[in-house]
Structures are given as structure tokens and as C-alpha cells.
Design a protein around this ligand. Structure first.
Ligand SMILES: [Zn+2]
Length: 311
């Protein structure tokens, strides 16, 4: 028997995070039981320090839970071609994005879980959706509606980097910890329902509620995309190009149907442009916008190998 330290954030609002911490022991059969009520009380008092010392929030799930969750949800997506039709018209598009952009970014030493996660990228054939999303454990999905709108490999690399960051930083299971932490733990502690995690995983799929990223998750993933791209051939500010493009097309304020989905899962585009510009300035990298050309942008390559093939 070995003891494991668990901490749980309970919050509906990232501005007002309360945290609990509980020490429980993990039995060899994988079920959990309460170790000490007194220790729980003590830890509730000291927990703000524990929370502050943690990078990027707390997560009661393990990385292998992320892998399992992603696998389960990915299977459901592949079994639902009505809602998620996989793009198969020209297989060279996916092959190009995978080898040229996705694997290139994954080579960054900053991406630590690549040996644990099932990193893979897939294209959903739906021109009416300008979006991309990541499942726990490294499944990245990009819609054709987004690919047709972007105008450079740097812009796509920025978004792919951003989605990799959601998986790498484990935002989905962090949010699950925040939403379900207490009930999960109580059930685990009481040992009454060890399959609770699996139940929650299947509930997650309904309505894709887990895709509604928080403001802080978005900023964190933008910043990580910037950091990953610094290790690549691409301009590191690529993640902001999509937002600049929307702004130039007057699509941010009008918020029409096509980008509603993206904006509902990726909030605050204008603030995010200025955040990335700040990062570029701090790193002494020239601030360029979505229409710029030159090194690190790869506009022609994008047209020839991706955009023109979708049409
Ligand atoms: Zn995001």
C-alpha cells in the first residue's frame, strides 16, 4: 500500500478558486479509502499555499487517465460520421499537415508527453465550421472550414501548437477536476463507485461541454504555441494570425454563424492578439501580422499543398 497526495480545486469560476486537499491511500486493487479526517481538515487550511505552488492548476487524473479518456472519446467521434465526417477526398492533405507541420511541432523538446500520448491529427470535412479542438491524450481535430480560411502554414502551425498545448497541459482533465473533483473523490474514498471516472468520461462527450475552454486555458495555450513554434521553421506568433484575419474581415464583432463555434470555445480574440504581440516584443521578435510574407510564414506552400487541394 502506498499513499498518494490528491488536491482538488472546486470552482465554477476561475477568478474565485477554492481548494481542498485530501490525503488518501491507494490500495493495490486501485480503489481508494480515506486515510485521516484530521489531516483533511489541516490541509484544507493550508491548501492555498499548495495551490499557489502548483503550476497551471491541479488535476486528480493521471496522464494515463488522459490517454484512456481521449481514446474513449475518439472512438465515439469516429463512430459518429454524421456529426464528425472525416475528410478523405484527398489523403495527401492530411499526410502533408501531419509530416510537415504536426510532427515538426511535436519534435519540440517542450512537448514532454509525446511518448505517453497518442498524438495524432485528423481533418473533419465540414466547411461550415471554423474550428479545431484537442481531446485529452493528444487527439487533435481540424475542420476544413478553418483550413480553407487560413492563408499560411504559420497560421495553421500556430493553431496546431495551441491545440497540442491543451492536450499537453491537460486542460480537459483539470477542468473535470474542478467540476467533478468532490463527487469523484467522495465516491472513491467511500469505495462505492470505482467506475465513476468512466461514467464522467462518457458524460463529457455529450454536447462537448469540455471543449469550452476557460480564458486562462486559452492564454496558456497561446503562450505555449508561441514557445513550441520558436523551435520550428515557423514564425512563433502564428497563433494570432487567425484572430487578425477575422478582425480584418470584420468577423469578430459581427459574430456570424460560421465563427460562433470557434469563439464559443476560444474566447477573447482581440485580447489574445495583444498578448501574443507582447510575447513577441519581449522576445525581441519582429511583430508581423497575418498578411505578412517572408521567412517563417510559408504562404505559397500552404496554398499549393493544403488550401487549393480542398477546393
Ligand atoms: Zn483553445
Amino acid at each position: 500500500m502506498h499513499s498518494i497526495f490528491f488536491s482538488v480545486i472546486i470552482s465554477n469560476d476561475y477568478d474565485e478558486i477554492k481548494s481542498w486537499s485530501i490525503i488518501i491511500t491507494k490500495k493495490n486493487n486501485g480503489r481508494f479509502m480515506k486515510f485521516s479526517k484530521h489531516i483533511v481538515t489541516i490541509l484544507i487550511i493550508v491548501c492555498p499555499f499548495i495551490y499557489n505552488s502548483c503550476d497551471g492548476g491541479l488535476n486528480i487524473f493521471s496522464k494515463s487517465d488522459d490517454v484512456q479518456l481521449g481514446l474513449d472519446i475518439n472512438t465515439q467521434i469516429l463512430n459518429d460520421p454524421q456529426q464528425f465526417p472525416i475528410y478523405r477526398t484527398d489523403l495527401s492533405v492530411k499526410a502533408y499537415i501531419n509530416s510537415r507541420i504536426f510532427q515538426h511541432i511535436l519534435a519540440s523538446p517542450l512537448i514532454e508527453s509525446k511518448d505517453i500520448y497518442n498524438y495524432q491529427i485528423e481533418i473533419i470535412d465540414d466547411d461550415s465550421v471554423m474550428n479545431a479542438f484537442a481531446l485529452p491524450g493528444g487527439y487533435i481535430y481540424v475542420y476544413t472550414g478553418l483550413l480553407e480560411y487560413l492563408n499560411s502554414e504559420a497560421a495553421l502551425a500556430g493553431i496546431v501548437g495551441h491545440e497540442i498545448a491543451h492536450a499537453e497541459l491537460r486542460h480537459a482533465t483539470q477542468r473535470m477536476t474542478a467540476q467533478y473533483g468532490v463527487s469523484v473523490l467522495l465516491n472513491l474514498i467511500l469505495g462505492e463507485n470505482p467506475s465513476q471516472i468512466a461514467e464522467i468520461a462518457s458524460n463529457l462527450f455529450v454536447g462537448f461541454a469540455f471543449l469550452a475552454n476557460s480564458r486562462s486555458d486559452e492564454s496558456e495555450s497561446d503562450m505555449e504555441s508561441f514557445n513550441y513554434l520558436k523551435d520550428t521553421r515557423y514564425y512563433p506568433g502564428g497563433v494570432k494570425f487567425f484572430f487578425e484575419h477575422l478582425k480584418a474581415d470584420n468577423l469578430v464583432s459581427q459574430n456570424p454563424g460560421k465563427i460562433e463555434t470557434f469563439l464559443s470555445t476560444h474566447p477573447n480574440p482581440l485580447e489574445r492578439i495583444s498578448e501574443i504581440n507582447n510575447l513577441l516584443q519581449q522576445a525581441n521578435i519582429e511583430v508581423r501580422d497575418f498578411n505578412s510574407t517572408g521567412s517563417g510564414i510559408y504562404r505559397d506552400e500552404y496554398s499549393v499543398n493544403i488550401k487549393n487541394k480542398l477546393r
